[in-house]
Structures are given as structure tokens and as C-alpha cells.
Design a protein around this ligand. Structure first.
Ligand code: FUL
Length: 624
């Protein structure tokens, strides 16, 4: 920090900020604070050292593996027989080698998912690897992963699902809290250093199902006591769920946000009063901050699976995200002030599928290639702001995170300009704020100099508002000898520590159209929906939705046909409506006798991850 302050002072750009108070992780506004005062305090809200270290990892990954891997389901019901867990070739080193090559810095394993099956030999329940044939009940997946992470230098995290569909004491308040803390304690004492503890927010039990009152305070205190370097995610209070499972960070993504962690008492009332939740578009506008009584440093984690589902399903082998799709996700997650948490479903043999690892390695290579040559590395920027000033600064291009350019107190705008001795081809930009001093920038533009010396905006397909820890922009290629960033609004004085400008090469220019996925479907008639709506279910457009009246939908294939699968793409709009969580699929050859049930089940996790749902069953010949 000393180095930071010295460097900045030498740049004559840092005056008042040192004397001011900073708020780590949380700030409560004093009663009667004006909007101006709140915004100013918001600009001085900063991360804890753990939150900063977490953000700097950028690439983290998830490993979904467990009983679901062997049943083909996304959510198990807890009644599965542990005897089905038998990964004959399980090799955590194979996982970690692939992850390392894909640039990941940490791996988080589903030590326990909602079905309650534990991947480590726990004393709390028999529903674990101990009761499985794998290694004659002597195996420990968590331990094997831990060792592999140590060997290849990856950090290690655990996903412990609070929702447990197997534990008998689930829903009994204190008894389950005790059980859960015991599980947590085992994981946090027997497996070395843990850097992230992940508690999902899912609870799919119906209104009459079991409801558990969690003792979050005791749970979070246990983590702080046993693993002080760990961040706690989602139901934890260090890391926030981005709000979708599609890998998309917001273009306006505040880490200093009005969203109170869900595990804090009173959070539901705060959400109600402010009209927000984890999925809201606006988590930090001036209007929202003016209504808020507290702000939190609660940065966004972007969790997304490399396949449609979180767990391995062989039928998804041809639906692994391509390297290009992953590159796109990188720009929208890490490039939108988030940390990427990319999931790899481990297969039934206990391995990461070669398609998944090949795509992950390739995408990492593409990113490194695209952002290899920083055209402004080591260059001096001409900086100016409303107070005039016209001086040069190189703190932003020295690639040192701890040196930065900052404006004087109360100056919230600034131009940062680079001039090249010859025209350069440019199409990518990386901007970073020095978040140990807060997140401030609210709006900026990027302009290049045309041949006549006129400044023109670059062409982008996203709004340029917040920066935060990192903002990456892809813009239409320009060839110019001048480029500038104009910061036009901020919560507080500017504090920019890194800028990169690149030419991503041959395929740099991306499409500016909104992508639509093609849906294949057979011509058929639907009953149970309005006539106009029926077309929407078969129009091969994933942006239109057909809503069902009531809870029954009849599909008439027109003639008898052999069918073996059913596919349902939920409403893709936000917030999505009419999601089907439980289904029964019946067939019959006459309209009044559609009663042979071929499959029934749950579209698990559909609210968080409304991807195409596919149901496969024994081929059957039917008309309805
Ligand atoms: C959700 C769960 O319900 C999904 O199954 C998955 O584990 C995802 C990462 O979190 O809450």
C-alpha cells in the first residue's frame, strides 16, 4: 500500500483521498444522510483482502460430481442407493491438469449436492462414499481433489448444499444446523486450506415441503474461525450470485451494491423495500443508493456450466460450449467486473470428458492470444480533467496492479489519451479501477481519432458504464494514431490503475446481432393453449413463448409416430414465466385415452437455469 500511495503522490494526482475514511465490506449510512453523502461514502466502500484476492483469480471452476452423475438427473431426491456410485477410473489429477491448462486458479467441488450424498467419508451420515462400492467404501473424492490441487498449484473450494433431501433432520431447525455445521467443520479441518465455501440458494421443496431455518450467523462464524482466508459465496456474504446461470455479467456491475447478503437477518425486508433481488438489473444506481440505508462490497460471481446441465449427461456430449462461446462468456463475466466460475461435469468414469477439456484449453489460448500485445504498455497517457491539468501518467500502463492514476478530491471526470507514432489496428480494451480504494466510475466513452483529427466513438454492442476490478470491451476495429477514454461520471474521484489496448487479430470483429438459437420441431397440433399461442411453440424462435392454459398440454402428432424424447425450452424472457417444474408425460392413440405414463419427473433447477429440458424414454409408437 505504501508503494501505491507514494507512486500516486509522485504523479501529483492523489491529494485528499488518504485522509478519508474507508469502509471495509459494509457501510451503514447515518440517519438523514443526503444522496450526495451516500454516494460519496459508497465510493469509499472497499473489499476485504480475501475478496480482493478472490477477484484477482478471475478464472475459477466448478466440478459437479455425485450421485446425479449416475442417475442422469440434475437434482437427486435423496433416495438414491449409494451402491450406484462407482466411478471406475476416477482420476482427480486428470481433472486438475485440464483445469490448469485452461487457466483456472481454483476448483470447487460439489462435496454434497441437494441429494445429500457426501463425496467424503463423513461421520454425520451413512449417505456417502463410504456406503458405495467405489474403492470398497474407503475412497474420499474430496481428499483426492485436494491432493491434485496441491500438486498442480490450484486453490481449492467446497460446495456444500444447505438443502439436503436425504438428511432426516432437515427442516428441524437446530438439529439440522448442528448436522450441517458438523459437515462443514469436517470439510474445513481435514482438507488443508479452503479458499471458497459455496452455499447455493436452491430449495425446491414445495409449499408443504420441509423448510429449514438456517443459523447463518453460526455457519459463517464457523468458516471465519476455521478458514479465515476463505470467501463465502451465494448464501455466504463475500461473493454474490450474478443472477443467472447463463454466464452473463451485467454491463453495469457494481461490487459496491445495495444488495444485502441473503443470509443476513432482515435481508428479505430490505429486498422488498428497495424492490431488488440478486437477479435485478439495477443494483447500484444513484436512485437505488439514495433509497438504501446500507451498502455492501458484494462482488459478482458468474457461474455457468460448459454444458447445458451442471451434472454429466452423455446425451449432452454434442452440446459442450465451443471455445468461441467460452471466449464470449469470458468477455461478459471477467470483462464485466465478475469472477468466472465455469463448471465441468465429471462423467461416470470419474473423468472430465475430453471434449470439455479440449474446448476449455482452446478458449484460454484464444483469450491469451487476443490480449497478448498491449499496444499502450509502458506508454504515457495524456490526462486532463475539468480542472484543466494536462499532464502525463504512466502508472496506468506499467502493468503493476498497485500503481494508479487518481484525480484530486471531488474531480469525477477525466480524459485519458494515447497517441501513437503510427496508426494502430485496435479492437479490444481492458480497463481496471484500483478497487482497494473502491469502485467509482459510472460512465465513460471510448473514442478514436479519424484521419482528419476528429474524435469519433468506437462501435460497441454494449453500454459503457461501470469498470470496477476489470472491464473488457470488444469494439469494431479502428486503425488510428489516437485513442482516448473519457470518463464522464463517477461516484468519487477517479482511481484507474491499468489500461490495455489490443488488436485481437484476424477474427477480432464480433457480430453485433442478438443471437437466436434454432429450435428443431415437428409439425404438430397443440390443445390446451390459445390458437395464436400454439404457433409460438413450434416457430423455431427461442424468443417467443407459448403459455399453457391450466396444467395439461396435448400434442397431436397427426398420425402414429415413433417417439423417444421430448424437449421443452422454457420462456427465455426476464423474469421468465410459466416454468414447469414437475411433469408427467403420457401417450395414447386416441384423444380420450392418453394415459400410459412413459416418464414423470422434475425439471430441476429450471428457475435458475432455464435451458432446453430434454426427456428421453423407451421408444414408443403413439399419436398423442
Ligand atoms: C444451483 C443448484 O440447484 C444447481 O443444481 C447447481 O448446483 C447450481 C450451481 O446451483 O443452485
Amino acid at each position: 500500500m505504501r508503494k501505491t500511495i507514494l507512486t500516486a503522490a509522485l504523479l501529483c494526482a492523489f491529494l485528499g483521498t488518504q485522509a478519508q475514511e474507508y469502509y471495509e465490506k459494509h457501510v451503514a449510512f447515518p440517519a438523514g444522510a443526503t444522496t450526495e453523502q451516500k454516494i460519496d461514502m459508497a465510493s469509499r466502500l472497499v473489499p476485504t483482502p480475501q475478496q480482493l484476492a478472490w477477484q484477482q483469480m478471475e478464472f475459477t471452476c466448478f466440478l459437479h460430481f455425485g450421485i446425479n452423475t449416475f442417475t442422469g438427473r440434475e437434482w437427486g431426491d435423496g433416495k438414491e442407493d449409494p451402491a450406484i456410485f462407482n466411478p471406475t477410473e476416477l482420476d482427480c489429477e486428470q481433472w486438475v491438469r485440464a483445469l490448469k491448462e485452461g487457466g483456472f486458479k481454483m476448483a470447487i467441488i460439489t462435496a454434497k449436492h441437494h441429494d445429500g450424498f457426501c463425496l467424503w467419508p463423513t461421520r454425520t451420515t451413512k449417505h456417502s462414499v463410504t456406503s458405495s462400492p467405489w474403492k470398497n467404501g474407503k475412497g474420499d473424492v474430496v481428499q483426492e481433489l485436494r491432493k491434485a490441487c496441491d500438486k498442480y498449484g490450484l486453490k481449492f473450494g467446497v460446495y456444500l448444499s444447505p438443502w439436503d433431501r436425504n438428511a432426516e433432520c432437515y427442516g428441524q431447525g437446530e438439529a439440522y444446523n448442528k448436522f450441517f455445521i458438523e459437515q462443514l467443520t469436517e470439510l474445513l479441518t481435514n482438507y488443508g486450506e479452503v479458499h471458497e465455501v459455496w452455499f447455493d440458494g436452491a430449495n425446491g421443496e414445495g409449499p408443504n415441503g420441509k423448510k429449514q431455518e438456517y443459523d447463518w450467523d453460526a455457519i459463517l462464524k464457523t468458516i471465519r474461525r476455521l478458514q479465515p482466508k476463505a470467501v463465502t459465496a451465494i448464501m455466504g456474504d463475500d461473493v454474490r450470485w450474478v443472477g443467472n446461470e447463463g454466464g452473463l455479467g451485467r454491463t453495469t456491475e457494481w461490487s459496491a451494491t445495495a444488495l444485502m447478503p441473503n443470509s443476513y437477518p432482515g435481508s428479505d425486508e430490505v429486498y422488498k423495500r428497495l424492490g431488488i433481488n440478486a437477479m435485478s438489473k439495477d443494483l447500484g444506481s444513484r436512485e437505488l443508493v439514495s433509497k438504501a440505508s446500507d451498502l455492501f462490497w458484494y462482488p459478482s460471481e458468474v457461474d455457468v456450466s460448459i454444458r447445458p446441465g451442471w451434472f454429466y449427461h452423455p446425451e449432452e456430449d454434442d452440446r459442450v460450449k465451443t471455445p468461441e462461446q467460452l471466449v464470449d462468456l469470458y468477455y461478459r463475466s471477467v470483462g464485466h467486473n465478475g469472477t468466472l466460475l465455469l463448471n465441468f461435469p465429471v462423467d461416470r468414469n470419474g473423468l472430465i470428458n475430453p471434449i470439455d477439456s479440449a474446448n476449455a484449453v482452446k478458449y484460454y489460448q484464444i483469450i491469451q492470444q487476443e490480449l497478448k500485445n498491449n499496444l499502450v504498455a509502458g506508454m504515457k497517457a495524456k490526462v486532463s480533467n475539468e480542472r484543466g491539468g494536462d499532464y502525463v501518467a504512466s502508472a496506468m500502463t506499467d502493468e503493476d496492479y498497485d500503481t494508479y492514476w487518481a484525480t484530486e478530491d471531488s474531480v469525477k471526470t477525466g480524459d485519458i489519451e494515447f497517441s501513437f507514432s503510427s496508426p494502430q489496428r485496435m479492437n479490444r480494451m481492458m480497463l481496471q479501477e484500483y478497487i482497494p480504494l473502491g469502485q467509482r466510475v459510472k460512465a465513460f466513452t471510448v473514442e478514436y481519432k479519424d484521419k482528419d483529427g476528429k474524435w469519433l466513438p468506437v462501435r460497441l454492442n454494449e453500454e459503457t458504464t461501470t469498470i470496477g476490478y476489470k472491464r473488457l470491451l470488444r469494439f469494431e476495429t479502428v486503425v488510428s494514431d489516437g485513442i482516448r477514454i473519457r470518463i464522464t461520471d463517477a461516484r468519487g474521484p477517479l482511481c484507474i490503475n491499468n489500461i490495455g489496448i489490443y488488436d485481437a487479430g484476424q477474427n477480432a470483429d464480433i457480430s453485433y446481432d442478438v443471437p437466436t438459437e434454432k429450435i428443431e420441431s415437428l409439425p404438430f397440433t397443440l390443445t390446451g393453449v390459445a390458437e395464436d399461442d400454439a404457433k409460438l411453440a413450434v416457430d423455431r424462435n427461442n424468443q417467443t413463448t407459448c403459455f399453457v392454459n391450466g396444467n395439461q398440454l396435448i400434442i397431436d402428432l397427426g398420425e402414429e409416430k415413433m417417439i423417444s424424447s421430448f424437449h421443452f425450452l422454457p420462456d427465455q424472457s426476464e423474469p421468465n414465466k410459466g416454468l414447469i417444474s414437475n411433469y408427467e408425460l403420457a401417450v395414447g392413440n386416441t384423444a380420450d385415452q392418453i394415459n400410459k405414463v412413459v416418464k414423470a419427473g422434475e425439471f430441476s433447477n429450471i428457475r435458475n437455469n432455464p435451458v432446453l429440458q430434454s426427456v428421453y424414454f423407451t421408444p414408443t409408437i403413439t399419436r398423442y
